[in-house]
Write a protein that binds this ligand. Structure first.
Ligand SMILES: Cc1cc2nc3c(=O)[nH]c(=O)nc-3n(C[C@H](O)[C@H](O)[C@H](O)COP(=O)(O)OP(=O)(O)OC[C@H]3O[C@@H](n4cnc5c(N)ncnc54)[C@H](O)[C@@H]3O)c2cc1C
Length: 334
């Protein structure tokens, strides 16, 4: 039997999520190193149309299960259904998004299927026949190359992929459908869906801003966020942002958080002040057109993605920069 790289499809019932196409991009990268074929798995209340879409756009088989009460993510039912579907097929690798639901079902599946699990994967490296899966550790300060011993269909490797780490592949093929569609009813009454809360990043103006000035832990205390706001005033159509610790400390609201778990931004100009450049932050700014970094540590990793590097103490440097800029704007003679 041919082994699969199984992709667990993320969708909202109507549309396939971008994270699924990120998994597909990763699966294509992985396929270069294995003989396995790519196969999509779907669980939902009414999956036929989604399965057809996957199938016609990728030419890959789609194995879809309609299950009542899965319109909203239900951990227990989802795990039971996926375990049942996956166990019926031969899978070396199982790919899931590193989302709230993916983080819930992936480790559980690795136990049920007697496999192993690496979470938050951001890259893949090959050395000879050995594959390494790269993930961040210690809040992005280190990167670990993880290796799984003995990947096989009786001991699959389950990977959750960090959102934004792989550019989504937009497939566009027209091939004859290969869909296996079934109906299951795994009733489960130990868990009940309670509703969705709005994301803390909702209401953010970051996505539309042309210039974003963000502050990180380098601002040292809450009142120094005024330097970030001060710098933003010299640009039209500018917004202020923050790294995650600043929001965790309550120094700025979560709607200002930039990064993989905040807002993904693509301004014309991004100015990072006192931000070290963790992978999670960089994932949120990689589509910025021009990046300026102000950091007092010349070895800060964020300098590697900067177009302009300013090695300075932001608290001393920003007021001078703002003053100079105002002098230049003020017409001579005033
Ligand atoms: C699952 C997960 C998701 C995450 N999602 C996000 C996310 O979406 N966004 C995000 O930002 N983080 C996210 N993080 C956190 C991330 O890993 C880092 O911890 C965080 O980005 C670090 O923030 P920072 O750069 O502000 O702080 P630090 O890493 O502490 O860096 C502070 C920097 O400021 C510099 N500095 C200090 N003083 C000054 C000064 N006076 N002048 C100039 N420079 C100075 C220092 O040299 C240092 O480089 C996530 C973490 C996890 C585990």
């Amino acid at each position: 039997m041919t082994e699969n790289i199984a992709i667990i499809t993320a969708h909202d019932g109507k549309n396939i999520s971008t994270s699924t196409w990120e998994l597909y991009a990763f699966a294509k990268k992985l396929k270069v190193h294995t003989t396995a074929d790519i196969c999509f798995f779907l669980v939902g209340e009414d999956t036929r149309k989604l399965a057809e879409e996957i199938n016609s756009r990728t030419g890959c088989p789609a194995i879809a299960a309609d299950v009542p009460n899965t319109g909203n993510y239900h951990g227990e039912i989802y795990k039971k259904t996926l375990a049942h579907l996956l166990a019926e097929h031969s899978n070396d690798y199982i790919l899931a998004p590193h989302s709230i639901s993916g983080m819930d079902y992936a480790p559980a599946l690795s136990i049920i299927l007697n496999g192993s699990c690496i979470t938050g994967v951001e890259d893949i490296k090959a050395e000879g026949d050995v594959l390494y899966f790269v993930r961040a550790m210690f809040n992005g300060k280190l990167q670990a190359d993880m290796q799984s011993q003995g990947v096989s269909n009786s001991s699959p490797l389950i990977l959750t992929l960090q959102p934004g780490a792989f550019k989504p592949l937009q497939p566009n093929k027209k091939l004859s459908p290969k869909i296996i569609h079934g109906r299951f009813d795994f009733s489960e009454d130990r868990m009940r869906y309670q509703g969705k809360l709005p994301s803390p990043s909702q209401g953010s103006n970051l996505a539309k801003a042309e210039v974003i000035v963000s502050g990180g832990r380098g601002i040292e205390e809450q009142e120094n966020y005024q330097f970030i706001e001060m710098l933003a005033t010299i640009f039209p159509r500018a917004a202020t942002g923050a790294s995650r610790p600043i929001c965790d400390y309550g120094w700025a609201p979560y709607k200002k958080q930039v990064g993989a778990t905040g807002t993904i931004v693509s301004p014309k100009l991004y100015i990072a002040c006192g931000i070290s450049g963790s992978t999670q932050h960089l994932q949120g700014i990689r589509d910025s057109r021009f990046i300026v970094v102000i950091n007092k540590d010349p070895t800060a990793p964020i300098f590697q993605v900067a177009d302009v590097c300013i090695v300075e103490d932001l608290i001393k440097f920003i007021p001078i920069l703002v003053e100079e800029s105002q002098k230049r704007k003020t017409p001579k003679g005033n």
